[in-house]
Design a protein around this ligand. Structure first.
Ligand SMILES: Cc1ncc(COP(=O)(O)O)c(C=O)c1O
Length: 371
């Protein structure tokens, strides 16, 4: 007994944890300011300000089988998502958010030393997630105007490259890549190309037709943005049929989607007019917000096909502005990594007209105080 306790005391955490994990960053929301403003406007994570369909709320209220596991292969949910995008449910993989589907993809493909090609600035999870799986993450930076470097992507793909990720429309820049350029990148790749279209509904552009023409294309989506279900954590992907036997070996049991999240998703997809009306409102409000921002001296909102705007400010470093906005209860994002070239920008999600108005006037005030 004493001996067992003594051996336990020698447990060395640093030795136990993989070096790649010890070196990994913590995925965290930006530090909150010590001030606690009474009015808080969250425009930092590209959530829907309108929340889910009433049908989703009703489905959750009616849930009567919390004590039972959901379907082992999430088949009803996969079929509903497949019907929504126009693909067979057999080709759909689900997860606890799109982040989780990316993890499933890494489980499928990545051996230590394999390569993943991304184009920064892009969604901040790709690099640390695939690095945690032992991948070497290769960046083919976006070109001026945040255009995709299709030839660069094709040239970067070598014998160790297992995956290229194209985020379109791209987060955090907000722009939609030209369709011919995306197709050129896909055609030039002999690895799997995952097109992350988390914001597809706002762009009105879907890449499934490309996936029907090229056997190496997967399309990734989420219920977090357009459907207002970020808190339910439901993401999915449509994959080439030939990959499915293997994907089903790595997709977690139940697809990692709880019964409530599945029910809310299925009910939402039965209420598309409601969801589409919210998307239309958000797109119109985004354009109105962009016009109003352009009226502020030196402020430049960049073109967006999403539910957020990347905004250049007339300062070298926008971090203090973002910090001051946070202290005044208005939360937006800043991207401080110097090599991304976004230090002078903030990213703001489109909220309700009232929230957008608060953001505008607070930004005006804060910019005025630094001028
Ligand atoms: C481009 C992109 N992909 C994936 C995700 C993750 O979405 P989910 O909430 O489904 O994990 C996000 C969330 O911000 C995103 O912007």
């Amino acid at each position: 007994m004493i001996q067992v306790a003594a051996r336990g005391a020698a447990f060395d955490v640093e030795k136990a944890v993989r070096p790649v994990v010890r070196a990994a960053p913590v995925y965290a929301r930006e530090a909150e300011s010590p001030e606690r403003p009474a009015r808080v406007v969250r425009l930092d994570w590209n959530e829907s300000p309108y929340g889910p369909s009433p049908k989703a709320r009703a489905a959750l209220a009616d849930l009567d089988a919390m004590h039972r596991y959901p379907e082992i292969d999430a088949r009803t949910l996969r079929d509903a998502l497949g019907r929504y995008v126009g693909a067979a449910g057999e080709r759909v993989v689900v997860g606890a958010g799109l982040d989780d589907v990316l993890n499933t993809l890494a489980m499928l493909l990545i051996e230590p030393g394999d390569r993943v090609v991304i184009s920064e600035p892009t969604f901040g999870l790709y690099r640390p997630l695939f690095a945690l799986h032992g991948a070497e993450v290769v960046d083919v930076p976006l070109l001026p105007g945040f255009a995709l470097d299709a030839d660069g992507v094709a040239a970067a793909i070598d014998g160790r490259t297992k995956l290229a990720i194209i985020c379109n429309p791209n987060n955090p820049t907000g722009n939609l890549f030209d369709a011919a350029t995306v197709e050129r990148a896909v055609a030039g790749a002999n690895c799997l190309v995952a097109i992350d279209e988390a914001y597809a509904e706002f762009a009105g552009v879907a890449h499934l037709p490309l996936a029907e023409r090229y056997p190496n294309v997967a399309v990734l989506r989420t219920m977090s943005k357009f459907a207002g279900l970020a808190g339910m954590r439901v993401g999915y992907g449509v994959f080439p049929e030939a990959l499915m036997p293997y994907l089903l070996r790595v997709m977690p049991a139940f697809g990692n989607v709880g019964a409530g999240s599945a029910a809310a998703t299925i009910a939402s997809l039965d209420d598309l007019p409601y969801l589409n009306a919210n998307v239309a409102r958000i797109v119109a409000d985004r354009d109105a917000l962009a016009n109003a921002l352009a009226e502020l001296p030196g402020v430049e909102p960049l073109p967006s096909a999403t539910n957020f705007l990347l905004v250049r400010l007339p300062v070298a470093d926008a971090a203090p502005i973002v910090g001051r906005l946070g202290a005044r209860g208005v939360h937006v994002r800043h991207f401080s990594r110097p090599d991304l070239g976004l230090a002078d920008c903030l990213r703001v999600s489109v909220g309700t007209p009232e929230e957008n108005g608060i953001f505008l006037s607070e930004l005006d005030t804060v910019l005025g105080s630094v001028a």
